[in-house]
Write a protein that binds this ligand. Structure first.
Ligand SMILES: C[S@@+](CC[C@H](N)C(=O)[O-])C[C@H]1O[C@@H](n2cnc3c(N)ncnc32)[C@H](O)[C@@H]1O
Length: 251
């Protein structure tokens, strides 16, 4: 799910195919962070169809909405045609150029998904390059710990419906689920053939610190289990699956 062609194709079916973090942030964590942010200029890096633009444009004087998919940006413009303080920029965040003057606040939600380390590093650098000194980064990325928990819960589900521990363990080890789900030690999660980078909490912390960010908080942005499984059983409650929600300032 990570090259530009994928996101060009997805543009028109975006709402059916792509998980909507804005709609599933049931504790309002991102909403609160945006409301309490300071400064006048913001950017949404990897904005998709702009699910966060209403919030950002209400809080900031001007917002740059950046994405490398023309199809996503088209959808974004037409959905938010009445919002006036947004510039839409079709840019690849892996490029080493600066696309606009550094801003006070950057939001980037599930855009750093490429399985290629070179892409991930280029995009982290891009976040740093476009943020003012002391500016705030609000970054959301998939959690590898959550992917492993979901796998564990799936196995438990088998156990509770009478599957033997031996078979449940084979399933947990992936032997019977290779086609569906595979988690590699570098956090690349393969779901139904599509690969996506997932991050460890400590990994994000170290990566941001290496770019001279001061990490203020790394919290779970948790979702209901039905975002992971179709019709999860009633006993499947807390802990819920999550993305990492990171607040960092640029030093
Ligand atoms: C999962 S979607 C998330 C969109 C949006 N942030 C949201 O939460 O609804 C990921 C978005 O990142 C964009 N993206 C991925 N890699 C990119 C890159 N290298 N440069 C610019 N945009 C990129 C994709 O086109 C896609 O719209």
């Amino acid at each position: 799910m990570n090259d530009r062609r994928y996101w060009e194709k997805t543009g028109s079916n975006y709402t059916e195919e792509v998980f909507n973090v804005a709609a599933n942030d049931r504790r309002g964590i991102i909403r609160r962070e945006i409301r309490r942010a300071s400064g006048a200029f913001a950017a949404d890096m990897g904005c998709g169809i702009g699910n966060f633009l209403p919030l950002l444009s209400a809080r900031f004087q001007h917002v740059n909405a950046i994405d490398f998919s023309a199809a996503c940006l088209r959808e974004c413009r037409s959905t938010h045609a009445t919002i006036e303080n947004v510039s839409y920029l079709r840019k690849d965040l892996r490029q080493t150029t600066r696309h606009f003057k550094p801003v006070d606040f950057i939001l980037s939600v599930n855009a750093l998904l490429s399985p290629r380390l070179a892409d991930q590093l280029a995009m982290f650098h891009s976040l740093a390059r476009h943020l003012k000194k002391n500016g705030t980064l609000l970054l959301v990325v998939p959690s590898v710990e959550s992917a492993m928990l979901a796998d564990h819960r799936f196995t438990e589900w088998y156990l509770r419906t009478g599957t033997s521990p031996a078979r449940a363990q084979r399933i947990a080890n992936g032997a019977e689920r290779r086609e569906e789900l595979e988690i590699a030690s570098d956090g690349i999660v393969k779901i139904a053939g599509s690969t996506t980078k997932h991050y460890l909490r400590e990994e994000i912390q170290l990566r941001l610190e290496s770019l001279k960010f001061n990490v203020r908080s790394i919290r779970k942005l948790d979702y209901a289990w039905d975002t992971e499984f179709e019709e999860p059983p009633k006993w499947m409650q807390e802990p819920y699956p999550w993305d990492w929600c990171v607040v960092a300032t640029k030093g």
